[in-house]
Design a protein around this ligand. Structure first.
Ligand code: AMP
Length: 397
């Protein structure tokens, strides 16, 4: 029987999953799916590697269906369609590994209990990640599960990149900068090592621009600094998150506007960013299609702040050899890339407009002092690699 591993990324309203076959050269992508609309009208679509649809199912009266019930349905469906494959491990994307976990870890009750203590640090993500782990434990108690952390790639950032200028005791308690999107950045670092090994040894900023957005300053494929900090709210303007704001704003909302902490949390995580500034949408494609001036203002702010933060990370790196765009906007949006790069022209960064327009792998002009690349991210592959390594499955084919 062919051995396979599954990867899960369980969020608040969606569950993404992927299936990998254990091949001689490592995990090979076999199928992927997404269940969206949890709590409203759930719909599951899965495709094989050729893009052919394996399942497209919507649930009637699905508003009441919990993550656990829907996960059970996915699990049952997957079990019935494995066709001679045996799932021997399951890897989860877990947003927060705190200061404790510097690498992926096999899950047991003790690890889960520790991870639960990090839930207040990532209230919109961590509880859903952990609920999925518990649900799988109940469905398949003997299936080994692995947690792969978004924070792990940044674990060894220099002290200055992790410390907030707060009293030391708070830092020691864990109130410090962690960084996120680490699975994406780790994948980009690996991929860059394959396609441009010289650049991979240099000073590179990777820009993960999706619904969540951040930048990572890397040298020799290691994280030196990043724009997200204590939580995934920090840094760039995002789809619905505000990015860095003066903490005095939060104090003002609490003390002068009388908002409750949960109301402020909703405002900062779910009602701000592109959505808040445009008043229209959190989706970059929708903003491009709108002729409302507020849409243009939101896009302009998004690109201005991204370029400004690139400047800050150049200072952390002491210069820049390469800029890599990734994720939904970074991979697909020539206009946003051009607007960011125009603001960086002062350092001799020159785009090739035609290559940029077709989302080519290399989009800088030959004369550019900084190489600019587009690399599609693949967090699932990174989870698969960590799962195989953590469970020692690479020795058992
Ligand atoms: P992600 O979170 O990585 O899935 O990225 C989601 C974001 O990418 C949304 O703002 C989408 O509008 C944006 N996006 C996806 N495809 C495109 C595209 N072809 N052009 C512009 N933005 C896109």
């Amino acid at each position: 029987m062919t051995r396979a591993i599954a990867c899960l990324n369980a969020g608040s309203s969606s569950i993404k999953f992927a299936l990998f076959i254990l091949a001689a050269d490592g995990p090979r992508h076999a199928a992927a799916g997404k269940l969206e609309g949890i709590g409203v009208s759930p719909r599951l679509v899965a495709r094989d590697i050729s893009g052919a649809i394996l399942i497209d199912r919507a649930w009637d009266h699905g508003a009441d269906l919990t993550h656990e019930v829907l996960l059970r349905d996915i699990f049952e469906w997957a079990g019935a369609h494995l066709e001679g494959r045996e799932i021997v491990g399951l890897g989860h994307r877990v947003v927060h590994g705190g200061g404790r976990f510097s690498a992926a870890v096999r899950l047991d009750d003790q690890v889960l209990t520790t991870l639960e203590t990090f839930s207040p640090l990532a209230p919109l993500h961590q509880p859903h990640n952990l609920a999925a782990i518990r649900a799988i434990q109940a469905l398949a108690p003997d299936l080994p599960q692995v947690a792969c952390f978004d924070t792990a790639f940044h674990h060894d950032m220099p002290e200055s990149a992790t410390r907030l200028a707060l009293p030391r005791a708070l830092h020691d308690e864990g109130i410090r900068r962690y960084g996120f999107h680490g699975l994406s950045y780790e994948y980009i670092a690996r991929r860059l090592g394959e396609i441009d090994p010289d650049l991979a040894t240099g000073r590179v900023i990777a820009a993960h621009l999706g619904n969540g957005a951040s930048l990572c300053a890397m040298r020799g494929g290691k994280s030196l600094d990043t724009t997200m900090g204590f939580t995934a709210l920090d840094g760039l303007v995002m789809g619905t998150r505000c990015g860095s704001i003066d903490p005095g704003v939060v104090l003002y909302l609490l003390s002068q506007r009388g908002m409750r902490p949960d109301e402020v949390e909703r405002l900062l995580y779910a009602e701000s960013g592109l959505l808040g500034v445009s008043g229209l949408s959190s989706d970059m494609r929708a903003l491009h299609q709108s002729d409302d001036p507020r849409a243009a203002e939101a896009i302009d702010l998004f690109t201005w702040r991204a370029a400004r933060e690139v400047g800050a990370l150049i200072a952390s790196l002491g210069g820049l050899d390469g800029l890599v765009f990734t994720a939904g906007i970074g991979e697909n949006d020539p206009l946003v890339r051009a607007m960011i790069c125009e603001r960086l022209a002062w350092m001799g960064l020159v785009l090739d407009p035609e290559a940029n327009q077709r989302n080519a792998p290399l989009i800088s002009a030959p004369a550019s002092k900084v190489a600019v690349r587009v690399i599609p991210t693949d967090e699932e592959s990174m989870i698969a690699i960590h799962t195989v390594n953590t469970l020692g499955l690479n020795n058992q084919r």
